[in-house]
Write a protein of this length. Structure first.
Length: 309
């Protein structure tokens, strides 16, 4: 039976499948498997591919495993955080891959379960861990971290211009015991005129806390380089970002690897870069998709292809 409790509409799925279904026969790593929405779409469209899915969330893995059962040995689910990608693939006996996908951010089902603590709309504990066995929780950050450190993570992880005011309000309101109370503190700290635009006023702060709890910005670049290092020639990678900090990291790595390192002043043939960007350099969801799935409004897709060994 399909696990409807983890229903999740994958973002930019047709664009992702179009890019990855063109890779050579082999394995595509879905480094953020979630409920397997992208994975099942790719398996349906590309019979020459297998998918190895990685996720640290046991609920997501359980849902994905059920959805992927009909595909037999064409689909494998591995438990772990994507910064352990090299180790996970080594243990699975996988040296080279034909493609990879990173769909960053939080899944809608995670937001909808109050006990996970991701939502500012439903009351729950200050948790926000993707991996429920991890040590750090949002409660520790909210109730124990210093005001300057709070301000820094809210600014960097949430692009929040009122980060200083919010951090000061959080410290003054301690102890904060749940997500709704935290959201109320954040809303009260933001000027009234600003609260009326740009969605829920607490959205950026909750995003920043989730990123800090799960160390998302720190682990992204090494994980991305690990996946790129295993790509075979004509293999492709796709990354979906939802935050400017994530996108800057991806853009920087892709720019580095698609730029020739031959000094322009030397009279030698230019050595081609090992990768090329798939154009357009970034893509966003169509207006129709944004209307159907509001989560896609902030999504940005970047794709890269290995052209040399």
């Amino acid at each position: 039976m399909t696990p409807s409790w983890f229903d999740h509409a994958p973002v930019l799925v047709s664009e992702t499948v179009e890019i990855l279904s063109a890779v050579p026969r082999g394995i595509v790593v879905d480094a953020t498997l979630g409920g397997a929405g992208h994975a099942t779409a790719l398996l349906d469209a590309a019979p020459h591919l297998r998918v190895v899915g990685v996720d640290q969330d046991p609920e997501a893995r359980r849902a994905a495993q059920e959805r992927l059962t009909p595909y037999g040995d064409r689909a494998v689910v591995l438990a772990g955080r994507f910064d352990r990608l090299n180790d996970l693939l080594d243990r699975a006996g996988i040296a080279d891959i034909s493609g990879f996908l990173f769909d960053l951010g939080v899944s809608s089902p995670q937001l909808d379960i109050p006990e996970r603590g991701f939502s500012f709309r439903h009351d729950g504990p200050l948790d926000m861990r993707m991996d429920p066995d991890a040590a750090l929780t949002a409660d520790t950050i909210v109730n124990q971290w210093s005001e300057p450190k709070l301000s820094s993570i809210i600014r960097s992880g949430g692009d929040e211009r009122f980060a200083g005011r919010i951090a000061k309000a959080i410290v003054a309101a301690r102890p904060i015991r749940g997500t709704v109370q935290l959201a109320e503190v954040v809303v009260a700290a933001i000027p009234a005129a600003t609260r009326r635009t740009g969605g829920h006023p607490a959205k950026r702060t909750f995003q920043a806390l989730r990123i800090a709890v799960n160390d998302e910005l720190t682990i992204l670049e090494p994980a991305l380089r690990a996946a790129l290092g295993r790509l075979i020639p004509n293999g492709r990678g796709v990354v979906l970002t939802y935050h400017s900090g994530e996108d800057r990291i991806v853009k920087g790595v892709f720019r580095e690897l698609t730029t020739s390192t031959t000094p322009v002043h030397l009279p030698v043939p230019e050595e081609a870069a090992p990768f090329r960007l798939l154009r357009p350099a970034s893509r966003t969801a169509s207006s129709d998709e944004q209307e159907r799935n509001p989560r896609s409004r902030s999504a940005r897709l970047r794709a890269i292809e290995r052209v040399a060994a």
